[in-house]
Design a protein around this ligand. Sequence first.
Ligand SMILES: [Zn+2]
Length: 89
Amino acid sequence: MSDRSAPGSTCESVMARLLEHLDGELPPSLDTWVREHLAVCEHCLARTEHQRAFLRAVRARRTPTPATEALRARIERTLRSGGRSEHDD
Ligand SMILES: [Zn+2]
């Protein structure tokens, strides 16, 4: 028997690797370990599907430059203030 300490410990380890698994960045042996766990653990499988759907939504919605507007506003504010950087000291 190869029971590890607590039933939830494997789940925690798998969840800690979940993003890497979804990104395909895990080495094959670890990736297989995650897949095998997901095959037998509905709890982790549910969280994995949720995370996968979330990542897919985020990536599908990825706009060319989401930060550009905020960045431009900051630059404009800096230019308007005379181009001097502000020192709080
Ligand atoms: Zn699990």
